[in-house]
Design a protein around this ligand. Sequence first.
Ligand SMILES: [Zn+2]
Ligand SMILES: [Zn+2]
Length: 335
Amino acid sequence: MPPPESWLNVTPKGLYCVPGDFFIDPNSAVERAVITHGHADHARPGHSKVLATAETIEINDLRMGKRAARSRQALQYGEMVAIGGVNLRLAPAGHILGSAQIVLEHKGSRVVVSGDYKRRTDPTCTGFEVVACDVFITEATFALPVFQHPPDKIEIDKLLASVQRNPDRAHVVGVYALGKAQRVMALLRQTGYEKPFYVHRALQPICELYVRFGSTLGELRVVTPENKKSLAGEIILAPPGATRDRWTRGMPNPLIAFASGWMRIRQRARQRGVELPLILSDHADWSELTATIEEVDAGVIWITHGREDALAHYAESQGIRARSLSMLGYEEENE
Ligand SMILES: [Zn+2]
Ligand SMILES: [Zn+2]
């Protein structure tokens, strides 16, 4: 059995599968790319051919238009294709709509590339599937024991309690436009929150795409100069940049919240001027990362990006060989 290192290379552009002649989430344009999900640091423009889930392909088209890819192939979760002697399928990663792990089988060994992932239930996407493998190639965004994300319900209740306590203030929640925005809305709807959400214009197209793929977001209203003044007691969602600038001016005594795994670190909340930090992450926390490594039962892990040393150290303490890839181009902030 040839070791996966012999057919899966780490190159400056990203992971490259030699017999299949394709890259996974390359950081610049290539001939053939397999894409785990639609976040900008994983899905880059300009590839000739892209293989991904139908959801990821639509997200890419929305974000990049004609620059997305010259030709694209959609795969359903579980559907198998053979590319140059490599069997490839996509398994749900539970990170955002359409996110996938890449399962590769070649000459008797199986490699799983996690992409970004999380383990808890997310009403806007299919849950993570554990796929047993020989080599597990994992992210490590929150791979420090200090990162233990609280249950979503606690953070959502925090937001609702603040709205109740401060009916005279506009609650502006900073959220990344793809994934986090829709998840926060869907979680709020699950609690029975029925009022319209006010959204920054930039969020609208991706929300519409999520609804088309079956998410329940309820009524959304775009924030306008006209309705700004009447947003006391309302929940407003906006990209993090917009919560820090003039955009909130004119809203009644805005209260700035931010939904991110980084809100575990108080200093980051303070730096950003966040009054109400909400620890809501689309990445696995320390417990989920270590539990997943155990469950996939791989003898070897490769770590793509994030807190690589801590996770490598943990793996080795469990008798698992670990390799840090320190891959370029993935952004830790993007969450
Ligand atoms: Zn991501
Ligand atoms: Zn990432």
